[in-house]
Design a protein around this ligand. Structure first.
Ligand code: NI
Length: 227
């Protein structure tokens, strides 16, 4: 399931991020790539452990912690500290699948990558190309979102970033281990939660069927979630 979440960061926050990022030192993006993905990766990143990347990454994690649709769609258990990349002058990232396990540098934390996130920090009109192409059951989908919006997709998907032929594409990208490992089960929970919320808005939160469906939702989470 591919989900686009609007307004994860507001416009003022994006502007502040960009002012700080645009004057920072960038390094070759291969530093965080695996063997296969490293061979097809051409971009730049903020150094993973730079204070700037850590500060901005923490702000993103704070924003996500109170973002209802994100919690509902992802059911997050562990989130990898957000990284930041930039593509310009024809840079691109060829077809690859993200590494299954990520180690958080300088810690013993390991994360199984269930979901991949890209948070856009450039407006689409600032650059040409740079679409994130994600392959799914119904073919490839091109994703290019307004600044501050984020896409969430299964880390098991083949994906690529098309060459950026004008301007710069600046994003944050990171991974997450979900409490619900199975994509299909997680999607059912998300759909059910959306329906329960819509029904609650229409009928009231104390309507007996709303209460019963909420119970079913929580009992399914209890059945499927690992914590
Ligand atoms: Ni990737």
């Amino acid at each position: 399931m591919l989900i686009c979440l609007p307004d994860v960061l507001d416009q003022d926050t994006v502007k502040r991020f960009r002012q700080r990022m645009d004057s920072a030192q960038w390094v070759d993006g291969k530093v965080t790539a695996g063997v296969q993905s490293g061979a097809v990766k051409r971009n730049q990143q903020l150094p993973e452990q730079s204070p700037l990347a850590q500060q901005l990454g923490n702000e993103i994690l704070d924003a996500l912690a109170s973002h209802g649709p994100f919690i509902s769609a992802a059911l997050p258990l562990k989130i990898f500290p957000p990284l930041f990349n930039r593509y310009q002058g024809g840079e691109h990232f060829g077809v690859h699948v993200d590494n299954a396990i990520r180690f958080v540098k300088g810690t013993v934390t390991r994360i199984r990558t269930d979901l991949s996130m890209t948070l856009f920090l450039s407006e689409p009109e600032e650059y040409d190309g740079g679409e994130l192409m994600i392959e799914g059951k119904f073919g490839a989908q091109a994703v290019k979102l307004p600044a501050g919006h984020m896409v969430l997709y299964p880390s098991s998907s083949l994906h690529q970033v098309m060459p950026v032929t004008r301007g710069a594409r600046v994003c944050s990208f990171f991974w997450m281990q979900s409490m619900v490992r199975d994509d299909g089960a997680r999607e059912l929970l998300y759909d059910l939660d959306q329906s329960v919320q819509a029904l609650a808005a229409e009928q009231g939160v104390d309507h007996p069927e709303v209460v019963r469906l909420s119970g079913i939702y929580h009992n399914l989470v209890r059945r499927w979630a690992d914590t």
